[in-house]
Design a protein around this ligand. Structure first.
Ligand SMILES: NC(=O)c1ccc[n+]([C@@H]2O[C@H](COP(=O)([O-])OP(=O)(O)OC[C@H]3O[C@@H](n4cnc5c(N)ncnc54)[C@H](OP(=O)(O)O)[C@@H]3O)[C@@H](O)[C@H]2O)c1
Length: 281
């Protein structure tokens, strides 16, 4: 299949391009310098000749978005609208990567794909608008929400934790935010499987199964780096005030995948075991 991947130099983008090539697809990976997804003239016709457009480009600076929501909106909503229009015109499917931040984070059980959204941050609002835009512009869409991504190609939570733990000999990490650490390679694999299976258009959740807190994930990261997990101390979100509110509960359900006959990503702990050496280097 012929794939166009935008945001190809980002953390997920690099792994997606590599995985698609490994599986024999014909892939064009473009980043901002090649194709700015907010440029209407550049995006018109950009999907011509492709079977699939995977939009991995995004404004991902969650805290910065609070003070610059209009820029985040342009990248996370207007850009995907332009790409979706181009994909539809070209007869291509569009895959739009979205986020757990579209939910309020107040649930006590996993969010279903059709659970009501209620973003509490500027980033979440702009990503939710991106979902709507893609659905409106391109009936043949796959909106894939992910969360707590980590990967080899970019700064990410386990790398930061391992470095800080080594530098300081111990650190405090919040234990009152729960989610599903997800490896970019696993998400790339899932995106490829969704398209290869001809999954029905709709919204899917691309996260690992199970759940843990940032504290639990930090302990796993520190252990993988050869240190004692006990050096990671528990703290609370109150002590880590940040511009954008963080969801307390970011656990996503995977029923839509199962209904489409696709196996969700495995349990987060086993997947971290598989990923740790590649991610920590
Ligand atoms: N990381 C997470 O934990 C997480 C969680 C949930 C959902 N997601 C979603 O997963 C996707 C991938 O995230 P990621 O962590 O891989 O992000 P990332 O590393 O920040 O990559 C995003 C890429 O998009 C590019 N980009 C930004 N603005 C652009 C524009 N106007 N035109 C073209 N490219 C542009 C960036 O280029 P520059 O470097 O030049 O800005 C960067 O290469 C995003 O949709 C994100 O919202 C991520």
């Amino acid at each position: 299949m012929r794939w166009l991947v935008t945001g190809a130099h980002g953390m997920l983008g690099q792994d997606l391009v590599a995985l698609l090539r490994e599986r024999g697809h014909d892939v064009t990976g473009l980043d901002r310098g090649d194709l700015d997804i907010t440029d209407a003239a550049a995006t018109a016709g950009a999907a011509d000749g492709y079977d699939v457009v995977a939009n991995v480009a995004a404004y991902t600076a969650v805290d910065a978005a609070e003070a610059d929501e209009s820029t985040a909106f342009t990248v996370n909503a207007a850009g995907p609208a332009l790409l979706a229009r181009a994909a539809r015109a070209a007869g291509a499917r569009i895959v739009q990567i979205s986020t757990d931040y579209v939910f309020d984070g107040h649930a006590a059980q996993p969010y279903a794909e059709d659970a009501p959204i209620l973003p509490r941050s500027a980033y979440g609002r702009t990503k939710a608008a991106g979902e709507w835009a893609v659905r409106a512009e391109a009936p043949d869409h796959l909106v894939v929400r992910t969360a707590w991504l980590y990967g080899a190609h970019g700064s990410c939570f386990p790398k930061t934790i391992a470095r800080v733990a080594a530098e300081r000999g111990g650190l405090d990490v919040v234990a009152d935010q729960v989610g599903q650490p997800t490896w970019t390679v696993d998400l790339a694999d899932l995106v490829e499987r969704l398209v290869a299976a001809g999954a029905p258009a709709g919204t899917y959740h691309g996260t690992s199964q199970g759940e843990t807190s940032w504290h639990g994930f930090a302990q796993a990261a520190v252990a993988a780096a050869g240190m004692d997990p006990a050096i990671v101390r528990e703290t609370t979100s109150e002590k880590f005030e940040r511009p954008a509110p963080r969801p307390a509960y970011s656990v996503l359900g995977h029923e839509a995948l199962r209904a489409a006959g696709l196996e969700p990503i495995g349990d987060w702990a086993g997947r971290w075991d598989a990923a740790a050496a590649a991610v920590l280097g």
